[in-house]
Design a protein around this ligand. Structure first.
Ligand SMILES: [Zn+2]
Length: 516
């Protein structure tokens, strides 16, 4: 059953109920608009004249059997302007099997989802997880619709149509949240100590759709934390405090805005949680506190009607995409102020936390890694242990939970393991030269497929376009025609030489090297 007054509303409601997120639904709808103006009986305009049919007459003639060239007439038809004969045949067969008109909106939407979950699975994955309308729109344009004109201008135009739907529907959900109605806020039943702080703004102006977890920089109990925030001089607060012993305190009711994240807009929509932690980097928290945090976050999501907790590890992405009604997102203090809060110990576990909470809520865990693959971020591989030790110290000093492994005669500095590639990607963005590997140590390219890895000592050939590492100048021409040895590898920086030992020739980004 479709719900909504217009085709547009019906399609939006259908797609979001079918598991597309707001960016995905909007990106797909922008393309459908470009194809058919969202009319399921739309016959490609040039064929109206050629065949002598209007949209309605063509549809009726196909339904009645009076027109029997539907499959092979090369005329685009319907929401997605299905054109290619095999897709039109599948559409016709599907309509017949359902006993519906070829122009039936719900039948076409069902067929569209059937296509997406069949041969276009990769597109569907993007539509479920996209963090921008443009990403979703491009996936549909370039991999699903594939019209003759896929130029940058067309990409931009279609994403623009999608953005309008996004603004209208996803932003519409937000407007309703700020309408001033009593929103029925509740507080957690897990609380064992309550002391309400004066440091707050009464009545939040935005419905709860965000959780922001902080480290309190002190191994305190919930009572100690709440008592501290109760002092007016603290000039700060949080909705909840989680203690080192797993105790949970209420400091600012969920209906009110806490003064916690250095950002009013964030705190009006977020439930903020301060967690007892060590006083120095990486600001580790106790097992008891982490367990209590998991319970509290699960409870907050449940009471606020959320079935999914999302962590992107990326400020721009998170703030660009408004969550759906059933989604809770996480933000971190370090995005809004020059602070390391929540500390790397917690920061590195937010992906794990989102995964666990979502699975407890019974929602689908976003993008599970295939067959339990674990991803690690590798920040260096060295022949010389002293060099590896020095890199390890640097990475540790930056607060990462890092370690050294020895494989294939090399000392490798790795961080991880992450069960989701996007969490590893987020780690890789921390400023070191990095690449993502699977646990076994093969390199993984950005689209997630394994590629042959390079190791020190390998014989390699240099790509003829390769510039010198970090610059634009080229190597002497003989270097490009020589067989080279990979002498050192640190992140993307590869040191090459024409000799196995002794003098080196230069450094180059490893993407320009091909193992021979
Ligand atoms: Zn903080």
């Amino acid at each position: 059953m479709l719900t909504g007054k217009t085709n547009e509303e019906k399609i939006w409601n259908y797609l979001t109920a079918a598991g597309l997120n707001a960016c995905g639904a909007a990106g797909l709808m922008g393309n459908l608009y470009a194809e058919s103006a969202l009319s399921p009986i739309n016959l490609q305009n040039t064929f109206e004249k050629k065949l002598g049919y209007t949209d309605a007459a063509y549809t009726a003639a196909v339904d009645s059997g009076a027109y029997d060239s539907f499959v092979r007439d090369s005329a685009g038809y319907g929401l997605a302007q299905w054109t290619y004969w095999s897709r039109k045949k599948n559409l016709l067969d599907y309509a017949k099997s359902r006993g519906k008109s070829i122009g039936d909106l719900e039948m076409q939407l069902d067929f569209l989802m059937k296509e997406l979950s069949g041969g276009y699975r990769a597109v569907l994955d993007v539509l479920r997880t996209a963090t921008s309308v443009r990403t979703a729109s491009d996936a549909v344009l370039l991999q699903f619709e594939r019209p003759a004109d896929q130029s940058a201008a067309v990409q931009e135009r279609r994403a623009g149509y999608g953005q309008k739907y996004y603004d209208k529907y996803a932003a519409g959900q937000q407007a309703e949240k700020g309408s001033g109605k009593t929103m029925g806020y509740t507080n957690s039943p897990l609380v064992s100590y309550t002391r309400i702080s004066p440091n707050k703004t009464r009545n939040r102006t935005h419905k709860i759709d965000t959780i922001t977890i902080h480290c309190i920089v002190g191994q305190w109990t919930a009572k100690q934390g709440c008592d501290y925030f109760a002092g007016a001089s603290a000039k700060s607060s949080a909705n909840y405090v989680v203690g080192k012993d797993g105790s949970i305190g209420l400091c600012v009711e969920e209906k009110d805005r806490s003064w916690c994240t250095s950002n009013a807009a964030n705190d009006h929509r977020a439930v903020t949680i301060e967690v007892a932690s060590d006083t120095s980097s990486p600001y580790a928290v106790t097992d008891k506190a982490y367990t209590a945090l998991l319970n509290l976050v699960t409870d907050i999501c449940k009471r606020n009607g959320k079935t999914k907790l999302l962590w992107t590890g990326n400020k721009t992405k998170t703030l660009a995409c408004k969550p759906l009604q059933n989604e809770m997102v996480m933000t971190v203090h370090r995005w809004f102020a020059n602070k390391s809060c929540p500390g790397d110990w917690l920061y590195n576990r937010l992906g794990d936390l989102a995964e666990k909470v979502t699975s407890r809520l019974g929602g689908a865990a976003p993008q599970p890694s295939p067959s339990g693959t674990l991803y690690r971020v590798q920040t260096g591989a060295y022949k010389n242990k002293a060099n590896a030790d020095s890199q390890l110290a640097k990475v540790k000093a930056a607060g990462f939970d890092t370690y050294m492994v020895k494989a294939g005669g090399l000392y490798k500095i790795q961080v991880g393991a992450f069960s989701k590639k996007e969490n590893a990607d987020a780690m890789a963005a921390a400023g070191f030269d990095t690449f993502i590997t699977t646990e076994k140590g093969e390199a993984v390219s950005s689209n997630g497929t394994a590629t042959a890895s390079l190791a020190v000592g390998d014989k390699v050939k240099l790509d003829s376009n390769a510039p010198v590492y970090g610059g634009t100048s080229k190597f002497a021409s003989w270097v490009y025609s020589s067989t080279l040895y990979l002498r050192e590898l640190n992140g993307n920086r590869a040191v090459i030489s024409t000799q196995k030992t002794g003098a080196v020739t230069g450094a180059v980004d490893k993407k320009y090297l091909k193992k021979i």
